[in-house]
Design a protein around this ligand. Structure first.
Ligand code: PSV
Ligand code: MN
Length: 416
């Protein structure tokens, strides 16, 4: 990207402001909202996870443990000012590296303290259901011993979330099957529900549980929580502390994801989004500022959810990506930038005009209102927000020039 001088930024911002004023949009209000935007980064985006398909290729400088992951997340936050929370996976991120069943919640105090020292907080906490012994199911397994282990693991994770995080559990189950006939699908769902009920009843009121659905993988024929209906029915059945995670990559192609977002907003259910991009399957690539992400933000803005002063309406925004070959920190920075661009575009939709066209059934003009916002280059708004905070205008470029990558490649070359 061309590096703009301060004067160039001010000039571009002024010109865009004039343009937006014609649509009755106050550019300063948009800039302030974008400036407040926050998204959580996942610890696993910085570690070795994800390189396995290329003979265990691990990109140079990949974080070797939770503390290095936190350092990388702190670097992302320093460059963007938008990522003060890091999501963790209890099984991967236990600083003691204890065997799965021996993980102690208290071990995570160190993690919290280390994060705090770098101006970060632990955000969502995920139990790691896909470690040893769950190839035939975790919370839905037919084996009561496995279910019990996974329930205990979830309770450990809930304690970590409550004591050292923000009380947010994000649950994704690798449960499913590969062939028709392999499992009794109804029985599996009943098993999952009864495990979750026990967890729900044994967790304090301050712990929220968001259930993530996924159409495929590792189940190739069926997954126990395959879609938003399965996840939201279970969440409703559990109670008001339970909700849904929409992971962008977990749908069939062509699914209208913004409609799912709109319906969850309408239900008033606790919810969150795992942002990523994918081309074929669940590749978990970095987010691009494409039309889909823009449409999702449009629903979040229109639904009065994002940036809401009413705390209970706000959703949880997280990045969920793991990059196999690209520079991981650049990839996360690219995602944060893309999300801010998409949010800014959603904020400049001429809502009044859109409503008028909708009311009169003016199909194409209504669509063009959205397209018009999507095609507007809103980057001067982000540049201005960053200038005001003393942040670099282009976080990816700033990272490339920071020397951090060279430093971690040197320091982390000694293996795990
Ligand atoms: C599963 O594909 C998922 O989307 C879940 O959110 C996991 O926690 C994460 O990816 C890492 O496996
Ligand atoms: Mn996810």
């Amino acid at each position: 990207m061309h590096e703009y001088s301060r004067d160039e930024v001010l000039e571009r911002y002024r010109l865009l402001g004039e343009d937006l004023a014609k649509r009755n949009i106050d550019i300063d209000a948009v800039k302030d909202a974008v400036s407040r935007f926050e998204v959580e980064v996942p610890s696993w985006a910085f570690g070795p996870f994800g390189g396995g398909r290329f003979s265990g290729y691990i990109p140079p400088g990949a974080a070797r443990n939770i503390f290095e992951k936190i350092e990388d997340a702190a670097m992302v936050n320093r460059l963007t000012g938008a990522t003060p929370k890091i999501g963790i996976h209890v099984g991967w991120d236990d600083p003691e590296g204890a065997p799965f069943d021996k993980i102690k919640p208290s071990s995570f105090k160190k993690v919290k303290d280390y994060a705090q020292g770098l101006d970060l907080e632990i955000g969502s906490v995920s139990p790691t259901y896909f470690l040893e012994g769950t190839e035939f199911g975790s919370l839905s397994s037919n084996d009561p011993e496995t279910r019990k282990r996974m329930i205990e693991h979830t309770l450990t994770s809930a304690e970590v979330a409550e004591k050292y995080g923000i009380g947010l559990l994000t649950l994704w189950f690798p449960d499913g099957s590969l062939y028709p006939g392999q499992v009794d699908m109804r029985r599996r769902e009943r098993n999952l529900k009864s495990s979750l009920k026990e967890i729900y009843d044994r967790t304090p009121d301050s712990v929220k549980m968001l259930i993530e659905y996924k159409l495929f993988e590792p189940g190739t024929y069926h997954t126990v929580v395959s879609d938003v209906s399965a996840a939201s029915e279970i969440a409703l059945w559990l109670g008001r502390r339970a909700g849904v995670i929409v992971d962008i990559g977990h749908h069939a192609h062509g699914v209208n994801i913004e409609h799912i977002v709109a319906r969850l907003i309408e239900k008033g259910m606790p919810a969150g989004i795992h942002f990523n991009s994918r081309y074929v399957a669940d590749d978990d690539h970095a987010v691009e500022p494409n039309m889909l992400i823009f449409r999702v933000f449009h629903e979040l803005v229109k639904g009065g959810v994002i940036g809401s002063t009413e705390h209970s309406r706000e959703w949880a925004y997280m990045i969920d990506q793991c990059s196999p070959i690209e520079n991981r920190i650049e990839a996360v920075l690219h995602s944060v930038d893309s999300l801010m661009v998409s949010y800014a575009k959603a904020l400049i939709v001429d809502v009044e005009r859109l409503k008028r066209y909708q009311y009169k059934n003016e199909v194409i003009p209504a669509n063009r209102v959205l397209v018009d916002a999507f095609l507007t280059d809103v980057r001067p708004i982000l540049y201005m927000a960053r200038l005001e905070k003393g942040l670099p205008i282009d976080p990816v470029e700033a990272y490339r020039e920071s020397g951090y990558q060279e430093k971690i490649e040197k320091e982390r070359s000694g293996g795990r």
